[in-house]
Design a protein around this ligand. Structure first.
Ligand SMILES: *Cc1c(COP(=O)(O)O)cnc(C)c1O
Length: 380
């Protein structure tokens, strides 16, 4: 079945739930046994819960994986995946990535003996050199946050496998509607469902989808052993969000491109970083591996941080806030907000500068969004 059909039906059969058209919220911690040594299909909600199972089945279907897992947050999903690795291990990480992932790797996993080496994964020679030194996995983000650089998923997955390393991709920015990393050979997909997958800014959640039953066994074991799973109420909300994922992504894509094209022509804008624009250096790769771009992108302002702050203080419709992927438009300053936990010298090498602004374009009318930015840029 096609994506839109799976988004609405995968994981739920009304006949199993007294005919309920929507998956019920099984707000229960435990389940009755049918007799001594005879548990029912569910026994305890940390191990499995019917509402969570409906979401997990749906996520696996949308990403094209063998199993899906729902977590309390995106970081809980990442932590669970990183627990696949042991002290003395090393993983290669794309040098330009989500600030929270950088903090998790540096402040938690490095202390536990799992070292991260940062490599620009656009450079396959640099990746091969790093892989020669031994690594258990390669952690990809594409597009990256906030610089909107792309990584060639097929090339990086193939090279990783040649050196017996797993390829892991954080697919939060595009959702499976616009990019399905498993189709390019990636082994594990990670999501913050907080963003586009839920899409309504009312849940924090995470997901993992794997390409093989063996990885499914391992992640399922860790999810239960560590207790990182999502609760049934959140799973219900994420499932509800997924039903409109395809429609929302199409509209985010259309709105964001309209705003990006308008910004590109504005005299106070130095550059627009959006892989859907012909001016993006990896536009060709975007066309090859993505079906669209979602609503998030960045731009650089003439006049540096002073101009940026004046603009951020002047928007009326865009809200100054972290996060992305909701129906409402948000604007933020990576250096002082989402990426504040990344040390200044690392920000410098990444190229995340004080004149950079990130927007998450929502589903409002593009004309109103452009009028708001026009007014704010007038103040900058
Ligand atoms: C938000 C985000 C995360 C973390 O997810 P939470 O749900 O906030 O824990 C991870 N990766 C990316 C790319 C994100 O945008």
């Amino acid at each position: 079945m096609k994506f839109r059909t799976l988004a609405i039906h995968a994981g739920h059969n009304p006949a199993d739930h007294l005919g309920a058209i929507m998956p019920p919220i099984y707000q229960t911690s435990t389940f009755a046994f049918q007799g001594v040594n005879r548990p029912g299909p569910f026994d305890y909600s940390r191990s499995a819960n019917p509402t969570r199972q409906a979401l997990e089945t749906c996520l696996a279907a949308l990403e094209g994986g063998t199993a899906g897992f729902a977590f309390a947050t995106g970081m809980a999903a990442e932590t669970t995946v990183l627990m696949l690795f042991r002290a003395g291990g090393r993983i290669i990480v794309h040098s330009d990535l989500y600030g929270g992932t950088h903090r998790l790797l540096e402040s938690v996993f490095r202390e536990l003996g799992v070292a991260a080496s940062y490599v620009d994964l656009r450079d396959l020679t640099a990746l091969e050199n790093a892989l020669t030194d031994g690594a258990q996995a390669v952690w990809i983000e594409s597009p990256t946050n906030p610089l909107m650089n792309l990584v060639d998923l097929q090339a990086v997955a193939a090279l990783s496998h040649r050196y017996d390393a797993l390829a892991i991709c954080d697919n939060t920015f595009l959702s499976p509607y616009f990019q399905r990393p498993l189709e390019f050979g990636v082994d594990i997909v990670v999501h913050s469902t907080t963003k586009y997958i839920n899409g309504h800014s009312d849940v924090v959640g995470g997901a993992v989808v794997v390409s093989s039953p063996e990885l499914g066994e391992k992640i399922g074991f860790l999810q239960n052993a560590m207790g990182t799973c999502a609760g049934p109420q959140d799973c219900f909300l994420v499932l509800r969000g997924i039903k409109t994922l395809a429609l929302r992504m199409e509209e985010h894509n259309r709105n964001a491109l309209a705003v990006a094209r308008w910004l590109e022509a504005h005299p106070k804008v130095a550059a627009v970083l959006h892989p859907g624009l012909e001016s993006h250096p990896q536009h060709g790769l975007a066309v090859r591996q993505m079906r669209g771009c979602g609503g998030t992108f960045s731009f650089l302002l003439n006049g540096g941080q002073t101009a940026v702050f004046r603009m951020l203080e002047s928007v009326r419709l865009f809200t100054l806030a972290e996060s992305l992927g909701g129906v409402e438009s948000l604007i933020e300053h990576p250096v002082t907000m989402t990426h504040a936990s990344v040390p200044p010298d690392v920000l410098d090498t990444m190229g995340i500068t004080p004149d950079l602004v990130r927007v998450s374009v929502g589903l409002e009318d593009a004309d109103d969004l452009i009028m708001d930015l026009d007014g704010a840029l007038g103040e900058a």
